[in-house]
Ligand binder design. Structure first.
Ligand code: ZN
Ligand code: ZN
Length: 263
């Protein structure tokens, strides 16, 4: 068994779940504890069964309840040094024995999962995505991407499943009520990934074994699930990518996704 579930995904809060027969982890805790506990119960599990929490970066939409959950349920938190230091309010709640520092590019293990973090272009201290392996199966978590580049594409190759950011539609962003400076930040090289580039990225990865995709971290103000999905599909068709074998869906901001079975 190797399963993935997006508990919540969007610019308003993120928390993801991965499980095997032996190991259960969360990636980020960017919504209230109550919401995370509820989603885990819906999946017939509970916070008490979580072995570890991985952290992508210190922005509040990824760590809102991290410290509280780690403290209350005595759960180890895996973050890189800069990320941990950049969230002192969370760090002070995490028991020293539960502060597990990893290095980007250096593989580490949690139970029967192998994890390799990779750098992402985003305006945080040392933000990262994750490649997670169980036996020979690889999945990738990649959100908060200011732009796409060769290094990222190389890191994502050979994943069977990816949770990929599809944050905004440029025209909707342009006419959204966000202040100009925030629009510049979102569309800048260390902001977020637009739908079209998500589509191009998926097209590329289908040549390297990609089978299932969940589009995630959608903006509330400048995207809609239907638009993200449609734009990605159109991009794949424009690039002559055969989508028959590919499963694509959109992660919701306020409810958990279906359980994605990798194997
Ligand atoms: Zn962020
Ligand atoms: Zn984010």
């Amino acid at each position: 068994m190797f399963n993935f579930c997006s508990l919540y995904s969007g610019s308003s809060g993120n928390s993801l779940f991965v499980e095997t027969d032996k190991t259960k982890i969360l990636i980020d805790c960017g919504v209230s504890g109550k919401k995370i506990f509820q989603a885990l119960e819906d999946l017939d599990t509970s916070i008490e069964k979580i072995d570890a929490i991985l952290v992508t970066h210190e922005h509040l939409d990824h760590v809102q309840s991290l410290g509280m959950i780690s403290k209350k349920y005595d759960i180890p938190v895996f973050a890189n040094y800069e990320t941990l230091e950049a969230m002192p309010k969370q760090k002070e709640k995490i028991d020293i024995k539960n502060q597990k520092i990893f290095t980007i590019g250096k593989e580490f293990k949690i139970g029967d999962l192998c994890i390799n973090a990779f750098s992402i272009p985003h305006d945080a201290a040392n933000p990262c995505g994750f490649n997670i392996y169980n036996n020979s199966n690889k999945i990738t978590i990649a959100t908060d991407l200011g732009h796409m580049n060769d290094e990222l594409l190389n890191n994502m190759k050979e994943s069977k499943f990816i949770l990929l950011e599809s944050n905004y539609e440029p025209e909707l962003l342009q006419y959204s009520k966000y202040p100009y400076i925030l629009k510049q930040r979102i569309s800048g090289p260390k902001g977020h990934l637009p739908n079209e580039i998500a589509g191009k990225t998926i097209g590329y990865l289908t040549k390297y074994n990609l089978k299932q995709v969940l589009l995630g971290h959608l903006s509330k103000e400048s995207n809609m699930p239907e638009i993200a999905y449609q734009t990605v599909i159109e991009q794949l068709h424009n690039d002559n990518i055969d989508t028959d074998e590919l499963k694509i869906s959109v992660a919701s901001r306020d409810k958990h996704s279906k359980l994605v079975e990798i194997c």
